[in-house]
Design a binder for this molecule. Sequence first.
Ligand code: FRU
Length: 491
Amino acid sequence: MISNCLQKARDFEREHMKRIQDGERPCYHLTGGTGWINDPNGFSVYKGEYHLFYQYHPYSNEWGPMHWGHVKSRDLVLWDRLPIAMAPDEQYDKDGCFSGSALELGDGRHLLMFTGVENKKTDGIIKGFQTQCIAVGNGIDYVKYEGNPVITSKDLPEGVSAVDFRDPRIWQEEDGTFYAVVSGRDSDGNGVVFLFRSQDAMHWERCGEIDRSRGKLGSMWECPDFFSLDGKQVLLVSPMAMKPDGDKFHPGNGTACLIGTYDRESYRFVRQDVQPVDRGIDFYAPQTLLTPDGRRVMIGWMQSWSNSKFVPDGVKYFGQLTVPRELSVHEGRLIQKPVRELESYRGKAVRYSDIVVSDETELEGICGRILDMTVCVNTEESRGEFFIKVACNEEYETVICYDPYKETLCIDRSGSGYLCDIVHSRTFRVNPVKGELNLRILLDRYSIEIFVNGGIQTASLTIYTDQKAQGITFRSKEAAKISIEKYDLVF
Ligand code: FRU
């Protein structure tokens, strides 16, 4: 039985999606059918297909009572829109179905684990109490478990917040046991990731604490993910209220990758290193899945909370997701690469080898807004700052600048169509490898994702530049020796 609340949202979406023409959306980055989206949720394989849900408020371009939007794909690139999966239609989630995860059960059902939010007045103030809940379905329709909520603040140590307790990430181990990491906030303000276990995914007990912010890495840690990768254990978290830390973390919400070791018997995670996940402007709350061929693939919300109220007039949706990225750990560093499936959408290659540029140069065949382009700078034979402008014409530009003296990369979107005073640039250190700086740039109508030196660093940002700005130029203050390989992406 579909609730009125869900039916209303599905009908609304179907009707209002007609207002948005294809060209008004990104070409290969996901958006909601209508309205607002934030975190990716329930990224999973079900019956041989990839399923992805997202935090969704279909009714406006602003955050509101959260639904779960739903899409599926065979190759992680092209997605089919499915009916909205969940609406806030129960007492325990009446104020939102917050973020969560999914897996395929042994009996062929698809299980969603999410946070139910119920606003209640306590001491005269309305607070959103958060509990963990289950829904089970067939890949299209989902029924919320009658025993919900399955984890409540009663399952937490004393003093831990009942209001900041969310974003369960479920998985199943080979022996059949289900585990979930869930974020909480301790009475001292620290973010904590708790571990729960269950034999049937419905009855849960707390069995450990994975890590906490220790007064250093922000407060509440949102959207945890926890998995082994290349002999290491990775904890991804999106901390709120971070203090700045050099060019690693900017103030406010950010996303951190904690790399360490994990003892499955004692549930002990030993943190060895903390790395930023993305150095750009718009990236948050990523989630991963394991593909049938063993790849750990991550997708993130390509947006930042602080900038989320400033979309230019006329944009008919809000929020995009990144391209799914294959993860690995190499020499202790998290590496990200666009999923290899994207390469099968490449058109004809346009290549330039070892050309020298100084004055601003346009190159034949190098232009457009939907493309996959790698620019390789020979740092030994280049001098002076080097600039790539994309999405440019007389009026607009987004600039990527490599400064060889400071060894930094700067992205600047102040000329990208945003007419508000938000963060428009970031600068971070990069290290040439064997005399080369390699920049793979995925350009879509409304975003840029940059993968530096094979994905050792990434930088993602949204742009709202007029689509007429199709230009790409190269310039060096002195002389830069570069090679370029560019493919239009054709869908
Ligand atoms: C992260 C987040 C989650 C929460 C969701 C609500 O962006 O704040 O912690 O579940 O968004 O939409």
